[in-house]
Design a protein around this ligand. Structure first.
Ligand code: WT7
Length: 658
C-alpha cells in the first residue's frame, strides 16, 4: 500500500469523447434508457432490503425462502438472505429443464487442437449429476473442500457445478500455476480431493497437470487430500496411485444421472478462490451460496443485456473469478449459451479469437485490455480477414483500458456498431460493480462509468470523506452488497485489516477498500487509475501510472507501456517507462525524445518519463496484469523480492535484466 495515504492522487488524463448507446441497440435492450437506470438506482437507495429481497425472490429458486435480507449486525461480516435454502447448481441447471431451455445449448467448447463439444442444459445436468455422485462415492460430503487444477475443458465447469450441487466448496487453482503454488493452496484450504487432468494444451505445448499434482502431494505434504480424480485430456502417460487416483471416465460410467441438489443454507461457502496481493501469501477469498448467485445472475443479465438467441463468449480462464462468474455461474443461471475456449492467441495463430467469433457467430464478447493491446500491436489486418458482423456487444475487464485501445476495440472489432462495457470489479466483489448498462449509459473511453444499481461506490480521502470532482482518491464501497466476499479463508483478521480497516472513516462506519485509486468527473463517472500501490509521487504530485501509460500508448509507435517510480533524491520519485513498440518498429535515437515530448504534450511536463526503456515484452501475471512491482525493482536496481509464482513468462525477466 502507498506509504502516505493522505496525499491525494492527481489526475491528468483528458478524455472528451462520449458515445451514446446506438438507437439500434437501445430498441431491443432490457434497460433501455438512462432514466430507467436511475429509477433502479433510486429504488435500491430508498429501500435496499426491499430491492435486494425482491430481486432474490424473482431471480433465484428457493427450496425455502429467507427470513431476513441482510444481517449487518457484526460488520464487516455480512449475512445475506438469512435462513433461506437454495443451490446454485439447481439455479444453473434444474430450473431450466421444465421449458424450452432444456434443449437449448448451454455450453459450447472449442478445444485446442480443433476439438469441439456442445452440451444442452439437459445434457449438462446429467453430466453434473454423474460427477456429483462420483464425488459422493469418493466420500466427499457437504463442507469438504475440493480443489480443481484443470485445463479449459468442459469438465472444469462440470466439476464446479457438481461440487456446488453437493455443497462441497470448490477451490479452482489456475492450471498455469506451479506445483508449489498448488501445494500452498491445497494446504491452506485443507482440500479433501483434487480434480485434475493428465495434461492440458497451452500455447502449442502440453503441460503436465497430473505430474504437478503428484509433486504437490509428494512426501505427505497435503495429508488432507484423499483422492485425485483425473480427466483424460492429452492422452499423456501418467502415474496412477492405486489408493488415491481414479480416472474420471471410469468412475463416471458407474454413476446414475440423477443427483438431487443439496438444500444449502444461503451462507454456506460456495467457493474459495485465492488471489495474490502484492505482499504476503495469497488470500483465500470466500464466497457464499445465495448472495454470490444473485450477484453473478443479476450483473450478467444487466450488463450483457442477454437475449435468448445470444452466443456469449468470455475469454477468461475458469481459474479466475471472471471465469467463475461470467463463463459458468452468471450465464448458466440465466439460461444463456456460454462458450469456453481452450486456446489462446499466439504468434502461430494470431487470428484465433476472430476465428472463434466467426465460427460460432458470437454476439457478445468479453475480454481483457491486455489482449486488446496485443491485437493492436499486430495491426488490424488480422481481424479484418474475419467476419465479425455477429457481434453486438463488447466487454472488457481486468485493468483500466487505455482510451486508444478502447477506441480501437470499438472501431476494428465492433465495426463502430457495438457498445463497450468496461466493467470494474475484483475477485473480492464477486461480480461487476461499476459498468455501463449498454442500452442506457453513454460511454467515455477509459471510464467504467457508473456504479450498478444498489452499489454505493465513492472516491474518498483517508478519513473516508468524499473528495471533490476530478480529485483523485480511494475507490470504496460504502454499503454491503450480496456478492461481497465474506471473509479470508481461516483468517478473519486479515479480512478485517486488509479490506475494512485500511481507511479510518471519522464516523466509524465500515467502508470497503481493496486497493484502487480513482476519480469521478463532473458527470459522476468513475475513472479507475490503477492500484494505489502503483502510484508515483513526483515532487509531491501523485501521478497514476495508468494515465502516463495511456499517454504513451496513444503515440503511434507504441503498443504497450508500463510506468513505475524510482526513488529520487530530488523529486521523491522519478518516472521510468518500459515500452514495447508496435510490430516491425525499431527504436532509434529520436524515439525517446519523441515519446517524452508526446507525454509532455498529452499530460504536462511533470509526467514526462525521466527514462524510457524499450523491451520486447512486459512481465505480466498469468491473468494478464502488468507486474509493476518487478519493474519497480528493476528500475531501481534492486533484487526482485516477493512472490514471482504468478509471473506468466519467466524469460521476460532475463530479457529485461540484459
Ligand atoms: C483488480 C481486481 C475483476 C475480474 C478480473 C480481475 C483491476 C479490474 C478493471 C477495470 C480498471 C480494473 C483493479 C481491481 N481491474 N477491472 N474495468 N478498470 N481496473 O480480478 O484479479 O481480483 O483484480 O483488477 O485494479 O482492483 P482481480
Amino acid at each position: 500500500m502507498a506509504s502516505d495515504p493522505s496525499i491525494s492522487i492527481e489526475s491528468v488524463l483528458q478524455e472528451q469523447r462520449v458515445f451514446e448507446p446506438s438507437p439500434g441497440f437501445v430498441k431491443t435492450s432490457q434497460i433501455s434508457s438512462f432514466t430507467r437506470y436511475q429509477e433502479m438506482v433510486d429504488s435500491a437507495k430508498t429501500d435496499p432490503n426491499k430491492f435486494w429481497g425482491e430481486a432474490a425472490l424473482k431471480e433465484l429458486h428457493w427450496f425455502k425462502s429467507f427470513e431476513k435480507v441482510l444481517d449487518w449486525s457484526n460488520p464487516p461480516f455480512a449475512k445475506w438472505f438469512v435462513g433461506g435454502k437454495t443451490n446454485i447448481s439447481f439455479n444453473c441447471l434444474d430450473r431450466h429443464l421444465d421449458g424450452p431451455t432444456a434443449d437449448k445449448t448451454a455450453l459450447i467448447w472449442e478445444g485446442e487442437p480443433g476439438d469441439q463439444k456442445k452440451y444442452t442444459y439437459r445434457e449438462l445436468h446429467s453430466e453434473v449429476c454423474k460427477v456429483a455422485n462420483a464425488l459422493k462415492s469418493l466420500g466427499i460430503t457437504r463442507g469438504d473442500l475440493v480443489a480443481l487444477y484443470m485445463p479449459m475443458v468442459p469438465e472444469a465447469a462440470i466439476a464446479m457445478l457438481a461440487c456446488a450441487r453437493i455443497g462441497a466448496p470448490h477451490s479452482v487453482v489456475f492450471g498455469g500455476f506451479s506445483s508449489e503454488a498448488l501445494r500452498d493452496r491445497l494446504v491452506d484450504g485443507n482440500a479433501k480431493a483434487v480434480i485434475t487432468a493428465d495434461g492440458g494444451f497451452r500455447k502449442d505445448k502440453i503441460i503436465s497437470l497430473k505430474t504437478a499434482v503428484d509433486n504437490a502431494l509428494s512426501e505427505g505434504s497435503c495429508p488432507s487430500v484423499k483422492s485425485v480424480l483425473v480427466v483424460q485430456r492429452t492422452g499423456e502417460k501418467v502415474q496412477m496411485n492405486a489408493e488415491r487416483d481414479v480416472w474420471w471416465h471410469e468412475i463416471i460410467k458407474k454413476q446414475t444421472s440423477e443427483c438431487p441438489a443439496e438444500q444449502l443454507d444461503s451462507e454456506d461457502t460456495l467457493f474459495v478462490l485465492y488471489t495474490s496481493g502484492s505482499t504476503g501469501k495469497p488470500k483465500g477469498v470466500v464466497h457464499t451460496t445465495a448472495g454470490y448467485n444473485l450477484w453473478a445472475h443479476l450483473t450478467f443479465k444487466w450488463i450483457f443485456d442477454i437475449r435468448d438467441d445470444d452466443i456469449y463468449w468470455c475469454t477468461a480462464d475458469v481459474g479466475w473469478i471472471t471465469g467463475h462468474s461470467y463463463i459458468v455461474y452468471g450465464p448458466l443461471s440465466n439460461g444463456a449459451t456460454t462458450v469456453m475456449y481452450e486456446g489462446v492467441p499466439r504468434p502461430s495463430n494470431p487470428g484465433a479469437f476472430w476465428d472463434v467469433i466467426q465460427k460460432y457467430k458470437i454476439s457478445i464478447f468479453y475480454t481483457a485490455p491486455t489482449a486488446i493491446r496485443a491485437f493492436m500491436k499486430s495491426g488490424r489486418e488480422i481481424p479484418d480477414q474475419f467476419d465479425l458482423s455477429s457481434l453486438r456487444l463488447l466487454g472488457t475487464v481486468g485493468e483500466p483500458i487505455n482510451p486508444e485501445a478502447w477506441v480501437w476495440y470499438r472501431e476494428v472489432i465492433g465495426g463502430s456498431n457495438c457498445p463497450i462495457v468496461d466493467t470494474w470489479w475484483q475477485t473480492e466483489t464477486g461480480g461487476v460493480m461499476i459498468s455501463p448498462l449498454p442500452g442506457a449509459t453513454p460511454t467515455k473511453p477509459g471510464s467504467a462509468t457508473l456504479p450498478l444499481p444498489g452499489i454505493d461506490a465513492d472516491v474518498v480521502d483517508s478519513n473516508g470523506n468524499s473528495v471533490s470532482t476530478n480529485e483523485g482518491g480511494y475507490l470504496v464501497i460504502k454499503s454491503p452488497w450480496p456478492g461481497m466476499m465474506r471473509t479470508v479463508h481461516k483468517n478473519a483478521k486479515r479480512f478485517r485489516e486488509s479490506y475494512w480497516e485500511y481507511l479510518k472513516p471519522v464516523d466509524g462506519n465500515y467502508i470497503y477498500f481493496a486497493g484502487d485509486g480513482a476519480r469521478r468527473d463532473e458527470d459522476g463517472y468513475f475513472w479507475v487509475m490503477g492500484r494505489v500501490d502503483d502510484v508515483i509521487n513526483v515532487s509531491g504530485h501523485r501521478l497514476g501510472t495508468m494515465e502516463i501509460e495511456s499517454a504513451l500508448v496513444s503515440h503511434e509507435l507504441v503498443s504497450e507501456a508500463a510506468v513505475v517510480g524510482r526513488p529520487d533524491d530530488l523529486k521523491g520519485e522519478s518516472i521510468v517507462a518500459f515500452v514495447t513498440l508496435k510490430s516491425g518498429i525499431d527504436p532509434d535515437e529520436g524515439s525517446i525524445d519523441q515519446l517524452r515530448a508526446h507525454v509532455s504534450r498529452e499530460i504536462g511536463p511533470i509526467a514526462k518519463p525521466d527514462e524510457i526503456k524499450f523491451t520486447e515484452s512486459l512481465p505480466k501475471t498469468r491473468s494478464g496484469k502488468i507486474m509493476r512491482r518487478i519493474l519497480r525493482a528493476l528500475a531501481s536496481g534492486k533484487e526482485i523480492s516477493g512472490d514471482t509464482s504468478t509471473l506468466e513468462d519467466k524469460s521476460v525477466l532475463d530479457n529485461l535484466r540484459s
